[in-house]
Design a protein around this ligand. Sequence first.
Ligand code: CA
Length: 220
Amino acid sequence: MSRKSIGLEEDLYDYLLSVSLREPIILAQLRQETAQHPMSQMQISPEQGQFMALLIKLLGAKKTLDIGVFTGYSALVVALALPMNGKVIACDVSDEFTSIARRYWERGGVSNKIDLHISPALETLDQLLLNGEKETFDFAFIDADKSNYEKYYERSLQLIRSGGLIAIDNVLWSGKVADTAVQDTQTKAIRALNCRLYQDSRITLSVLPIGDGLTLARKN
Ligand code: CA
């Protein structure tokens, strides 16, 4: 799954990390604690986190969305890369997972940058649109339930500004998207989204084999 980049041999992956990963200790500690969790494969890989931090700085992002928090690694890595007045609107339905997240956000000194909404993300996103926050976000990271990916994408596209970026996780889904024998709901939802984005002229598109597959969609 997504704890390391797919398709790389172990020794090459280790080499890549050895010459590139500059993971702050707070993120390494969160990763260690999450590794004990039965659903630890839901965490993004550290090199993907570092790449997202780079994107945040390239964009000059101030206001971001984190859709699917789990134990908070992606929100933490983004919040650390944001300026002092930056903000992450974080969406999740689990008090249990996000209690770990909140502990690390506090320890990392970024809890003031992160607004956590415990409710279905679609409701939070619709509320942001109702609040008039259309086209005010610079960046969105989508990493929640795959069956709603298209809905998260459409709302995120409304919420980000022109030139803003949507990053979508797990788009290669451990390779299952390319295996026609796999026909479960989640795999089909990811395939449908991948096809749809390929046709979508509203965005500039790239799909990267980092982590479990990461789509970058820049709003034109
Ligand atoms: Ca993921």
